[in-house]
Design a protein around this ligand. Structure first.
Ligand SMILES: NC(=O)c1ccc[n+]([C@@H]2O[C@H](COP(=O)([O-])OP(=O)(O)OC[C@H]3O[C@@H](n4cnc5c(N)ncnc54)[C@H](OP(=O)(O)O)[C@@H]3O)[C@@H](O)[C@H]2O)c1
Length: 305
């Protein structure tokens, strides 16, 4: 099939990852993105709110007939999921059941379904070794439980599917809800921030992750993949370096995150399965410096603050 003719439906296209996917794919693919609460007045965006089993979802599918669906919609706040388990379960898990049901009814089983999950599904580590896709899962929060359930549901989809376990960062031009924006905003106002020195991860920028999804689409990479950068850092280093690349003097306090029952003590993933299949291989500093020198638009409301 020729490039440019394929169709991508991005669920949650105004979210952090979704907005990067939209700008990455809209050049070469017919792209339709959905928004929920933050209205986007563009012809390549459409409203879709999943809060009951009655929604316009099957109409979107039957009219657009996507070759690929990237599901970035979700209730992403770990604390928010603890507060509202039903909402978390509905959006992060049940929705996948509905999506697959509709794809089956509409006989769209050739549609490649790409589901975003989290390294949080692995839970706490006692070995201190990077998680492999084959390791057993042991989620410790409602958020991670609902994401793991979504994986089980997607694994029953009869068509092609890919599950991505990734921690990513970036600026969402449509929202102030992101770690990186929080860092930049606080650094600009010289507000002291806590940098968790005992929490390690291997984050990837949302732009690089969107490129990685491009590889998945182009090469039809199916199955479950950890996707992150090739090395790791702690959250303190991440906050410090983010500010360094923007020439902001940050006040970052080295602290330990203790007595937290819902965030795993270790989130570093072994991404060799993905690296071996692609040319993807970036250190976190290389990726961060590249991202920070070419930042997307800042959240609109705060541009002048
Ligand atoms: N951020 C991370 O580091 C991270 C780590 C691991 C996994 N993930 C997973 O990656 C995916 C994307 O994360 P993100 O950080 O890009 O999320 P995000 O910025 O919070 O975006 C979430 C998207 O979901 C949409 N949405 C929320 N409620 C909805 C509803 N009831 N019906 C339809 N759409 C709804 C939002 O639309 P509105 O804004 O218009 O409401 C938004 O477009 C999520 O599945 C998340 O679990 C994220």
């Amino acid at each position: 099939m020729r490039k440019g003719k394929k169709k991508i439906l991005i669920l949650g296209g105004n979210g952090l990852l979704g907005s990067h996917c939209h700008s990455t794919f809209s050049k070469d693919y017919e792209t339709l993105s959905t928004y929920n609460s933050i209205r986007i007045d563009r012809k390549d965006f459409i409203k879709f709110s999943f809060n009951s089993f009655n929604s316009n979802f099957s109409d979107i599918l039957s009219e657009f007939k996507p070759d690929f669906i990237i599901n970035t919609a979700g209730l992403v706040s770990v604390d928010g999921c603890e507060r509202d388990e039903l909402k978390a379960m509905q959006l992060n898990s049940f929705f996948l059941k509905r999506l697959i049901h509709d794809l089956n009814i509409l006989k769209l089983n050739k549609t490649h379904l790409i589901q975003l999950s989290t390294p949080g599904v692995y839970g706490n580590s006692s070995t201190g070794l990077p998680w492999k896709e084959t390791d057993s899962t042991n989620p410790i929060s409602v958020y991670a439980e609902t994401k793991l359930l979504s994986e089980f549901i997607v694994e029953d989809y009869p068509g092609p599917f890919t599950i991505i376990r990734s921690d990513f960062y970036g600026i969402n031009p449509y929202s102030e809800k992101s770690l990186l924006w929080w860092i930049i905003k606080n650094a600009k106002k010289e507000v002291e921030m806590d940098g968790w020195q005992n929490i390690y991860f291997n984050p990837i920028s949302a732009r690089k992750l969107a490129e990685a999804i491009g590889n998945i689409i182009e090469e039809s990479l199916l199955g479950t993949f950890n996707i992150g950068c090739s090395d790791s850092c702690n959250k303190y280093d991440f906050v410090e370096n983010s500010c360094k690349y923007l020439n902001l003097k940050a006040k970052v306090k080295r602290v330990d995150l203790v007595n937290d029952k819902i965030r795993p003590n270790y989130s570093i993933t072994d991404c060799s399965k993905f690296f071996d299949m692609t040319s993807f291989y970036y250190s976190w500093e290389e990726d961060l410096s590249e991202y920070m020198t070419n930042l997307p638009e800042f959240p609109l409301k705060l541009t002048n603050s």
